[in-house]
Design a protein around this ligand. Structure first.
Ligand code: PMP
Ligand code: GLN
Length: 387
């Protein structure tokens, strides 16, 4: 392994899912639903396969039906207008979108401000592109992880090229407030920075609404040429294995990301693109039901964790709950997560691995609640009877 990647071993998600498999424990570690998404979406994929749509290389930027559906979705849910031919790019999941964006936009030595804790592929993506990550830490304040705007401003140097944002935020469950987003938008324009914003949990919001950073272009017209928005079908439609993602941005940025993307995967699986195009046109009730269902699941798990003695940071979005295990007398999240399957048959993820300095969150542990209600109830019972 070269020096750029030396610090990145196996991802924590693979490690913890392997642990769940080995021990037969309930897997609340890696974030994936234990029930597949809508049947009609699956049927759409089957139809595409059977009818020979996408069985040969689809067009590099993605099939036109999906690019149009993404543009329509941005308009329908966020009031954002994008030309499907020049301002939308289909990728192999959000993961490829993030990597391609960083590879396309960074020069070696450029600094990237990333919210900490960060989703693990950000650090590796920045490193592969030869960038330097500069974390700005979200800290608990009155029960919510918030962005300190002074800290954010202080992190900008002459070498800063871009801010890598994520809202709703994995693993904390924070949804950035309009004030926080406005400050990012203003800073980006003032200091001439790019912002890459990962919004894969855009439909998984339980308090208030998700606000895309791109909507702030109405106040800061400059922003339109500075924002790269990334999302994917995995979370919204509960098909994390399909790996269909997309990028929306101004034409020059899309063109740059596309240059990198074409040498990473060239294209991603064709038939799934047609199916996701149909999924994005599901009626509003699909999206409201998804939220309501996940809100209930959040509450089952949050109540269970509280009853077991964990400190719970109530998430406003995503399907993760970050907890503090210090009240249980525990000192190290990684040790705790390694031992948890043996102790009570549950798998979780230590947040400490999402920090440059693990000591910042030595006792934070993340639990996923995108599981059937009875599974969450059983996990809660196991935790309560153990702690
Ligand atoms: N960004 C965040 C914040 C995520 O949590 C995830 C994955 N779960 C991804 C990106 C990756 O998405 P995809 O599976 O579409 O590559
Ligand atoms: N994003 C998912 C999580 O945070 C996992 C994705 C992965 O395994 N890379 O749990």
């Amino acid at each position: 392994l070269n020096r750029r990647l030396a610090e990145f071993g196996t991802t924590i998600f693979a490690e913890m899912s392997a642990l769940a498999q080995r021990t037969g424990a309930i897997n609340l570690g890696q974030g994936f639903p234990d029930t597949d998404g809508p049947e009609e979406v699956r049927e759409a994929a089957v139809r595409a396969l059977r009818d020979g749509r996408g069985n040969q290389y689809p067009p590099g930027p993605g099939v036109p039906e999906l690019r149009q559906a993404v543009a329509d979705h941005q308009q329908r849910f966020h009031g954002l207008s994008h030309d499907p031919d020049t301002e939308v790019l289909i990728t192999a999941g959000a993961t490829e979108a993030i990597a391609a964006t960083l590879l396309a936009l960074l020069e070696p030595g450029d600094e990237v401000i990333a919210l900490e804790p960060y989703y693990d592929s950000y650090a590796a993506g920045i490193a592969m592109a030869g960038g330097l990550r500069v974390p700005v830490t979200l800290r608990p304040y009155e029960g919510r992880f918030r962005l300190d705007l002074d800290e954010l401003r202080a992190a900008v140097t002459p070498r800063t090229r871009l801010i890598l944002l994520n809202t709703p935020h994995n693993p904390t469950g924070t949804v950035l407030t309009p004030e926080e987003l406005a400050a990012v938008a203003e800073l980006a324009c003032e200091r001439e920075l790019l912002v890459v914003t990962d919004e894969v949990y855009e439909h998984l919001v339980f308090e208030g609404d998700h606000l895309p950073l791109a909507t702030f272009a109405s106040r800061h017209p400059d922003l339109r040429d500075r924002v790269v928005t990334i999302s994917s079908a995995g979370k919204t439609f509960s098909y994390t294995g399909w790996k269909v993602g997309w990028v929306t941005a101004a034409p020059a940025l899309i063109s740059a990301v596309r240059s990198a993307k074409q040498y990473l995967t060239y294209v991603s699986a064709g038939p799934f693109q047609y199916a996701v195009a149909e999924a994005l046109r599901l009626p509003d009730t699909y999206f409201t039901d998804l939220r309501a269902d996940l809100r209930q699941k959040r509450d089952i798990l949050a109540d269970g964790l509280r009853a077991a003695g964990f400190e719970v940071y109530q998430p406003a979005g995503t399907y993760f709950i970050t907890t503090d295990i210090a009240p249980l007398g525990e000192k190290d999240a990684y040790d705790f997560c390694r031992a948890l399957p043996e102790r009570c048959g549950v798998v979780a993820v230590p947040n400490s691995v999402f920090y440059d300095n693990p000591d910042t969150a030595r006792t934070h542990v993340r639990f996923a609640f995108c599981k059937r209600a009875e599974v969450l109830t059983e996990a809660a019972t196991r935790l309560r009877t153990t702690f």
